[in-house]
Design a protein around this ligand. Structure first.
Ligand code: M6R
Length: 600
């Protein structure tokens, strides 16, 4: 989730590249770089830090063709060496996405005599293109892309020639007068042109000042249609969505895809984590895990508890970080701290406390180089990309993605999961991003129900077992952005007190996907219906029974029971979003809250 820009035209390239990169910085980045053809060769400048810091170090570089990049680290720390562009001979490359087979490519290229200086996957791509280059840049890029598994948006500079390509990562070509542009995001180049051509997967663009030619991967020319972008800059930053939260809800299929990228082999039934220094055999010795987190990350941890217990047979305690510090009880032999920001003071303090008991620690975070990555013994990155809305959405989804993989990995290490079940689960997991896309296409119905109940003063979310953490997350999301009092409850617990609050004015969102406790959940729904509460059920698309008991049903695609919480999550997020919108709330910046809570 980095930013790419490119320019080929009659103006000086450097000011345009720097200005365009600055327009991507609102998403938050850690390093930047440019490569410019200076009339005789390509000059590369890059560094850790903000674009203004890079700008200050730049000499006057004449030249009308160049590429630029802002990096949001996924492979390798944020530092100067890992910053893009990466070069090999005359080839310079900027890249967004993840090359899943970069280790194999790296080893092969080293055997052919290439030397690597960075920890990135992108450097392998630069060497690969150089390896194939025989005076035709498009040919070399096509041959290199044939060898690559994974996702990419790239811009490649060789002399004064500029080529772009994409797969599963956005890239747009801006059309000007005697100048053309490349960008990963429209806001980067909106100041220069409103005429845009969107690259589709497996398409390549050759970008010259007076012409852009498009090809498929067989080098067959393609006709593309130009679109006129009418958004203002603010709308463009949100890709046309009204709020960052809605944009980020829609980014979940991609976020999850990146979370899984390079970590799953469905064919072999294996899972591999780059940052986890715990081999499958070592997992055998872990009999108790403690998960420490706050807010949404806590809710993810609670689902993690069910997953580790069901899939790996390991007992898990989930602790609210701000409470754990004072509990004086010894944690499990593995402590997992979950924090999207990696800077939450309560989580950091609790993790440090837990480490004083000995034992291993593992961080699950979205931010490379954040404090939690330095405090924990090992770290797994969520790879959600930058999240701007205060309400956590896509980072929650990626946390769940990591926890599913981790629980399966432990299940295999403990001998609790057969190879067949593992393969089936991995195949089903891979389908989840597309299933989320289907739910998103049904959002008008969710918006309608949100509108009906948006004037309520109290709303309950109920679920059992795996759906209970999602009920908690639904209630947290709703209260955070709509200011409606909301409770997330384990449905079986209602009768022990909260049922007294249920009336015809208390809508209940019942997460009732199929699974172990479905019948009991139906009984709980009957309990609230008997108190005249309006009930919306979140249920499987194949469930023809549920509509007999509730006022409305929102369907999610049928999947392996254990995976359905990821799908229900999207529904509770959208319900919360549209409720807050109907109430005209400041969704991206709710009152009294901050994205990263760095005080205890
Ligand atoms: O950065 P973290 O994951 O450690 O943040 C923890 C909570 O502050 C956070 O999840 C908060 O609850 C969310 N903004 C809720 O949407």
């Amino acid at each position: 989730m980095c930013g790419i820009v490119g320019y080929s035209g009659i103006r000086q390239a450097v000011p345009i590249l720097i200005d365009s990169l600055k327009r991507l910085e609102y998403r938050g980045y850690d390093s930047a770089g440019i490569a410019v053809f200076n009339e005789s060769n390509v000059e590369v400048y890059k560094d850790k830090g903000k674009i203004v810091d890079l700008e200050k170090t730049l000499p006057n570089i004449p030249g009308n063709v160049g590429i630029g990049h802002t990096r949001w680290a996924t492979h390798g720390r944020p530092n100067k060496i890992n910053a893009h562009p990466h070069t090999s001979g005359n080839i310079s490359v900027v890249h967004n996405g993840i090359i899943e087979n970069y280790q194999q490519l790296r080893e092969k290229l080293i055997r052919s005599g290439y030397q690597f200086s960075s920890e990135t996957d992108t450097e392998a791509l630069a060497h690969l293109i150089n390896n194939y280059y025989k005076n035709d840049l498009v040919d070399a890029v096509i041959l290199a892309l044939n060898d690559i598994k994974g996702s990419y948006a790239i811009a490649v500079l060789c002399g004064n020639e500029l080529v772009a390509a994409r797969k599963d990562s956005p890239l747009v070509i801006g059309i000007g007068e005697n100048e053309n542009f490349i960008a990963s995001d429209i806001p980067a180049i909106l100041k220069y042109t409103r005429k845009m051509i969107f690259l589709d997967d497996m398409e390549i663009a050759y970008v010259a000042p007076d012409k852009v030619s498009f090809f498929d991967t067989g080098k067959k020319p393609i006709e593309k249609t130009m679109k006129l972008i009418e958004w203002d800059l603010e709308a463009a930053e949100k890709s046309g969505y009204e709020h960052f939260m809605l944009k980020e809800i829609h980014e979940q299929p991609k976020a999850l895809h990146e979370t899984f990228a390079g970590r799953i082999s469905e064919l072999e039934g294996t899972i591999a984590f780059d940052g986890l220094n715990l081999k499958e055999e070592q997992v055998k010795d872990i009999n108790r895990i403690s998960i420490i987190a706050c807010g949404t990350s806590y809710n993810a941890g609670l689902l993690g508890k069910y997953l580790f217990e069901q899939l790996a047979g390991i007992h898990v305690d989930v602790e609210i970080a701000s409470e754990f510090r004072y509990s004086h009880s010894s944690p499990g032999s593995l402590v997992i701290g979950i924090s999207q920001s990696g800077e939450t003071a309560d989580t950091l303090a609790a993790l440090r406390e837990a480490k004083t008991f000995g034992g291993r620690s593992l961080a699950i975070t979205n931010i490379m180089g954040s404090t939690i990555t330095r405090d924990a013994d090992s770290c797994i990155y969520m790879r959600s990309g930058p999240e701007i809305g205060v309400a956590a959405t896509k980072t929650f989804m990626s946390q769940l993605g990591v926890l599913y993989l981790l629980a399966l990995y432990f299940g295999k290490g403990k001998g609790k999961i057969s190879s067949d079940r593992m393969k089936r689960m991995l195949v089903s997991l891979r389908k989840v991003p597309a299933q989320i896309t289907r739910i998103l296409s049904n959002k008008e119905l969710i918006k309608k129900y949100a509108g009906i109940y948006s004037s309520s003063s109290d709303i309950f979310f109920i679920g059992r077992t795996l759906n209970y953490p999602i009920a908690l997350e639904g209630a947290l999301k709703l209260k955070e952005i709509s200011y409606i009092h909301a409770e997330g409850y384990a449905a079986g617990e209602l009768k022990h007190g909260p049922l007294a609050l249920i009336t015809k004015n208390t809508p209940v969102i019942a997460i009732a996907t199929k699974g172990l406790t479905y019948d009991k959940m139906v009984n709980n729904i009957k309990e609230v219906k008997a108190r005249e509460a309006p009930v919306i059920a979140i249920a499987d698309e194949k469930d023809s029974e549920i509509e007999k008991y509730v006022d409305a049903v929102i369907r999610v695609p049928a999947t392996d029971d254990i995976l359905s919480p990821m799908l229900s999550t999207v529904v509770v997020q959208l319900l919360s979003y549209y409720t807050a919108k109907a109430r005209n709330c400041p969704i991206d910046q709710p009152r009294n809250l901050a994205k990263s809570v760095t005080v205890e």
